[in-house]
Design a protein around this ligand. Structure first.
Ligand code: MG
Ligand code: ZN
Length: 221
């Protein structure tokens, strides 16, 4: 019985996600769903990307959080249109929440909408939001076993960002082990290693993002 209910909920979610996607496509906006554990550095990644991307494309951010507007405040300080979704304790964003956020955002004129999901390596991957692509952020202090232990998340994304590379000398984290796990678990996922704090490796990920946005726009043209 529980399984049936869960399935029906997901189907309802997918229908709303489909409507969100139509809104993005009608406005020619690419949308990314940014996933990862609490503290992986999703907001820091956005902060590091903005100086690289803001000159080339118009961005807006939807911030999902259980409580507080701390991340949304950080992003708004960058001068980007920002909408906060307060999930009131829910551990993931769903398509309906994003649909509500879109009501208070002007999509026309934007190139890329970044949706930062609630920090969680498990259930957010089950909920489509209408996004065109997904990136999961995994940080060095979380440990090098996460790809193998939470394979579903890594199988449901387009790219992996290994963040906090600057902490490698201080933490036991085998980058090659992670890359080997990705090859087994999610071989088609594009993987990047960077530090949002120092800027190392940001350019490579930015180039990938720009390329994806370009492909999405061509697909609609
Ligand atoms: Mg955050
Ligand atoms: Zn959840």
């Amino acid at each position: 019985m529980q399984v049936v209910v869960a399935k029906r909920l997901l189907q309802a979610n997918d229908q709303i996600a489909e409507m969100n996607r139509k809104r993005f496509d009608a406005a020619w906006v690419a949308a990314i769903n940014l996933l990862g554990s609490p503290g992986a550095g999703k907001t820091s990644l956005i902060e590091a990307l903005v100086p690289e991307l803001a000159a080339k494309m118009r961005l807006a951010v939807v911030e999902g959080d259980l409580a507080t507007t701390r991340d949304a405040d950080r992003v708004a300080q960058l001068g980007l249109p920002t909408v906060q979704i307060n999930t009131s304790g829910a551990c993931h964003l769903d398509a309906g929440m994003v649909a509500s956020a879109l009501d208070s955002l002007t999509l026309d004129g934007l190139d890329l909408l970044i949706i930062e999901n609630v920090g969680n390596l498990v259930c957010p991957s089950s909920y489509r939001l209408g996004e065109h692509f997904r990136t999961v952020v995994l940080s060095v202090p979380e440990g090098d076993d996460k790809v193998a232990k939470y394979p579903t998340m890594f199988q449901r994304v387009d790219s992996l960002v290994i963040n906090k590379l600057d902490l490698l000398p201080h933490v036991r984290f085998d980058l090659e082990r992670v890359r080997a796990d990705v090859k087994v678990v999610a071989p088609t996922v594009a993987s990047f290693a960077l530090s949002a704090a120092t800027g190392e490796g940001i350019a490579e990920y930015t180039a990938w993002l720009e390329q994806r946005c370009e492909q999405i726009r061509e697909g609609k043209g």
